[in-house]
Design a protein around this ligand. Sequence first.
Ligand SMILES: Cc1cc2nc3c(=O)[nH]c(=O)nc-3n(C[C@H](O)[C@H](O)[C@H](O)COP(=O)(O)OP(=O)(O)OC[C@H]3O[C@@H](n4cnc5c(N)ncnc54)[C@H](O)[C@@H]3O)c2cc1C
Ligand SMILES: NC(=O)c1ccc[n+]([C@@H]2O[C@H](COP(=O)([O-])OP(=O)(O)OC[C@H]3O[C@@H](n4cnc5c(N)ncnc54)[C@H](O)[C@@H]3O)[C@@H](O)[C@H]2O)c1
Length: 499
Amino acid sequence: MEREVDVVVIGGGPVGENVADRARAAGLEVVLVEHELLGGECTNWACVPSKTLLRSSAVLRAAKRVPGAAEAITGELDVAAVLRRRDYWVSDWKDDGDVEWLAGIGAELERGHGRLDGPHRVIVERPDGTELTLVARHAVAVAPGSDPVVPPIDGLADSRPWTSRDATSVKHVPERLAIIGGGVVAVEMATAYAGLGADVTVLARSGLLGAMEPFAGEAVARGLEGLGASVRLGVEPVKVERNDADEVVVTLGDGSTVTADEVLVATGRKPRTEALGIDTVGLEPGAWLDVDDTMLVQGLPDGEGAGWLYAVGDVNHRALLTHQGKYQARATGDVIAARALGRPVDAAPWGAHVATADHSAVPNVVFSEPECASVGLTARAAERAGRSVRVADVDLGAVSGAGILADGYEGHARLVVDTELGTVVGATFVGQDVAELVQAATIAIVGEVSVDRLWHAVPAFPTVSEVWLRLLEALGRPSAVDVKTVETEEPAETEETAA
Ligand SMILES: Cc1cc2nc3c(=O)[nH]c(=O)nc-3n(C[C@H](O)[C@H](O)[C@H](O)COP(=O)(O)OP(=O)(O)OC[C@H]3O[C@@H](n4cnc5c(N)ncnc54)[C@H](O)[C@@H]3O)c2cc1C
Ligand SMILES: NC(=O)c1ccc[n+]([C@@H]2O[C@H](COP(=O)([O-])OP(=O)(O)OC[C@H]3O[C@@H](n4cnc5c(N)ncnc54)[C@H](O)[C@@H]3O)[C@@H](O)[C@H]2O)c1
């Protein structure tokens, strides 16, 4: 069966849903193809369940840092209640709510596996074995997301390793969990499982959270150890075996071993483009899809036509984050509609139809112990990019608001300022409950607010946001008069002396 529609979206994760939403808002006819659960990885196996698994123990730790509240804690974490709350938030892995929402925006859902079949054409392999060919008049947007990478470590694939899906959908918390990797999934799951009472060992080949400022990973290593986890840095797993006692034994490069009940592999992601039919338009299966700022796929061979294939979200590898993918999706849905309806396309930087912020202002919150939140460039990345920068560092624990939030508050904040532009280009906050601090930094970067003007953005007392004032003080007040200079200079003429 063959059918023409305006727009076909492959993948009904948060990103595909948002493309559909914007294209529908402009009145285009949209069919969304999903072969698993609407809501995708984020809603069902990633952001949402991982954050619910983390939250209860984070609340307990926060309460324990406040005298009066601490004394009121007389019991242990209720693991079964945590898992029930997780189940509630993932709707018991049913997508009825999203199905209803999709119908509400007037988009059609086609259940099945979607694959390209040449320009503008998508074949849907339905669960009942039948096939439907959709021909897109205007555009096909692919938003299939990404899968975990299982590295070729001897025996790993055969040892029934956990990937992030197993970790977030757990029914019984293992006594011992080994985690291979030192990135975001590794530290969040280490925090979650240590909080749930497991004996956690993190095996990282370098430091933790390598994409962030170095103090972030160092604080998280200390934080995890404070939770009783073992953090082994600079180690290389070379062999993994599941033994007769159903234990997993990880052998490291130095010959030592770590024994656990489960091993979680958290070593990055690969694009879901193996079975997407992209070879039918001259692209390489299994590759990330390169796009321009309107998410139009680049590199289609001559003759395939341009302007019909978009790749949005994880699959384009610009930023593997739900919020950033949804940001791309809003621009994509709108630009598809503008191009289809012959309306002006606003593709200049920061225009309505481009995802400019992907290049300079991607906020990132890691819900580890302690939390780490960053946006923009690290000092190292700014230097590598040849930018002339100043860095301001502040002990977050010295801010009154943080001290009141928790006794013994430990944290750190850094601003990276471009000295030529006079604006913030990067910010990192590490400490309890810093997640909400990052949006102010994102606004400063996107708005290109000058550091001088930031002095007028007064943080309320006594909030943790007062760290902004401390950071500005570390940079120095622009019009401050240096005492030594005043002493050696002639007194300036005042109204009184002039009179
Ligand atoms: C453990 C973990 C925790 C995370 N936590 C966070 C977080 O806290 N915050 C954050 O911003 N990001 C987080 N992320 C990243 C986030 O999950 C992804 O960036 C986000 O899900 C990407 O959205 P997407 O729509 O591009 O892909 P997905 O969410 O993967 O959705 C893709 C959809 O496409 C469907 N699909 C794929 N191929 C086809 C096909 N051929 N035919 C039909 N359907 C298809 C899939 O079934 C899926 O439903 C986390 C990731 C992990 C692994
Ligand atoms: N809170 C959030 O926003 C959140 C949470 C989880 C995941 N995510 C997203 O999901 C993505 C994937 O997370 P991730 O942790 O899987 O990837 P990652 O890129 O953050 O970390 C991968 C880690 O695995 C290590 N590694 C890679 N290959 C290895 C090998 N062969 N042997 C040993 N170690 C190896 C790397 O050194 C690194 O420490 C992230 O990029 C992030 O954007 C976001």
